[in-house]
Design a protein around this ligand. Structure first.
Ligand SMILES: NC(=O)c1ccc[n+]([C@@H]2O[C@H](COP(=O)([O-])OP(=O)(O)OC[C@H]3O[C@@H](n4cnc5c(N)ncnc54)[C@H](O)[C@@H]3O)[C@@H](O)[C@H]2O)c1
Length: 327
């Protein structure tokens, strides 16, 4: 089954996820959707010092939004901030240094952020594909900690702030790679089977789709969406998937093309008219399962994922020195 899924997915990718796929899809875009002024609205974007996150930050800054860049590396983040301010002329760009694989740090950051700022749109963009099984200082597998738990903790911590605002949105950058994975809640930290970083990443990206669907059911005043940016030429693709990059480098999307649907979901009124909780590709809601791929979860698994992540997240909420380690 995994062979079937991978082949169907790759053929789909060659047609839809490449630069030519974007060019075909974009013929149906309405440019007016992005002709908006978002001055006075506040956007938080994780992993925004490079790639899709930085490209999205620039487009939002160009439209007047206040942008909070949440990044791990101070030096690279300051460079990115300087570039965004210079290119867009928008001075309302703020920097916060947070490691999204560190749930304690996220809780602390969110508590402070809530007291100092308002938030209209959260963009969960930070992500990684670590090809060997590495643990964070808390004993968490790094892909899970960043892609799934980090997204869960940051969103959960900021929901009360978002709920205060009109037209609040949460956009999560997942990946079409999730289509090859069925939700698996039995081994969230990928400790029991041979470790395959690509599949762990794809599983995390499936989990992000499930999180979005679940949040949409429970938080009706916020518009949630999750999306696939296509295959874009970014530092992550170059460093984590060197073979794929070598084969595909002439067909990849630009970072701005990868960011297009992120920006559309974050700023356009058209996006907000669609139901909450959907998965998007090139400004269109698309199915979350490949035909005949048997990736649908048994009843209850989605809710169980939320329960387990809530347990994880509560363990790290206390900043006391004796916080438990998770393995
Ligand atoms: N480029 C593609 O083809 C592609 C395809 C599908 C999905 N995506 C997704 O797009 C998103 C952006 O990736 P990109 O391709 O622009 O690559 P990128 O490497 O340019 O961006 C990833 C960003 O996440 C940040 N990040 C990673 N771990 C972090 C941590 N622990 N704390 C804080 N920040 C952290 C990185 O520093 C970087 O800024 C990711 O979620 C990725 O999975 C990209």
């Amino acid at each position: 089954m995994s062979w079937y899924r991978n082949v169907v997915w790759f053929v789909k990718g060659l047609r839809e996820y490449t630069r030519s796929g974007y060019e075909t899809a974009s013929k149906h875009f309405d440019p007016a959707d992005l002709e908006v002024d978002v001055a006075g609205r506040s956007f938080l974007i994780t992993g925004s010092n490079s790639g899709i996150g930085k490209a999205a930050a620039k487009e939002i800054a160009r439209r007047g939004g206040t942008v909070h860049l949440v990044c791990r590396n101070k030096e690279r983040a300051e460079d990115a901030k300087g570039e965004i301010v210079t290119e867009t002329g928008n001075q309302n760009i703020f920097l916060h240094i947070v490691d999204i694989s560190n749930p304690k740090e996220i809780w602390k950051f969110a508590e402070k952020f809530k007291n100092e700022h308002k938030l209209n749109v959260l963009i969960n963009n930070a992500g990684c594909m670590v090809n060997n099984r590495e643990l964070t200082e808390d004993g968490l597998e790094k892909n899970f900690a960043t892609n799934t738990l980090g997204t869960y903790v940051l969103t959960t911590a900021l929901l009360p702030l978002l709920e205060k605002e009109a037209d609040a949105r949460v956009v999560t950058v997942s990946s079409g790679g999730m289509l090859v994975q069925k939700l698996n809640i039995s081994d969230l930290q990928s400790g029991s089977e041979t470790f395959d970083g690509t599949m762990v990443y794809a599983q995390n990206k499936r989990q992000q789709v499930v999180l979005t669907e679940q949040w949409a059911k429970t938080h009706r005043s916020i518009h949630f969406s999750v999306m696939h940016p296509g295959w874009a030429d970014t530092p992550a693709v170059r460093s984590s998937m060197p073979d794929f990059y070598q084969k595909m480098k002439n067909s990849l999307r630009t970072e701005a093309q990868g960011a297009d649907t992120v920006v559309w979901l974050a700023v356009s009124s058209e996006a907000a008219k669609l139901p909450s909780g959907l998965f998007f590709q090139d400004r269109q809601p698309v199915p979350t399962h490949l035909p005949l791929a048997r990736t649908h979860s048994p009843p209850g698994d989605e809710e169980k994922l939320m329960e387990v992540l809530e347990e994880f997240s509560q363990k790290f909420k206390s900043t006391s020195p004796g916080s438990p380690q998770c393995h």
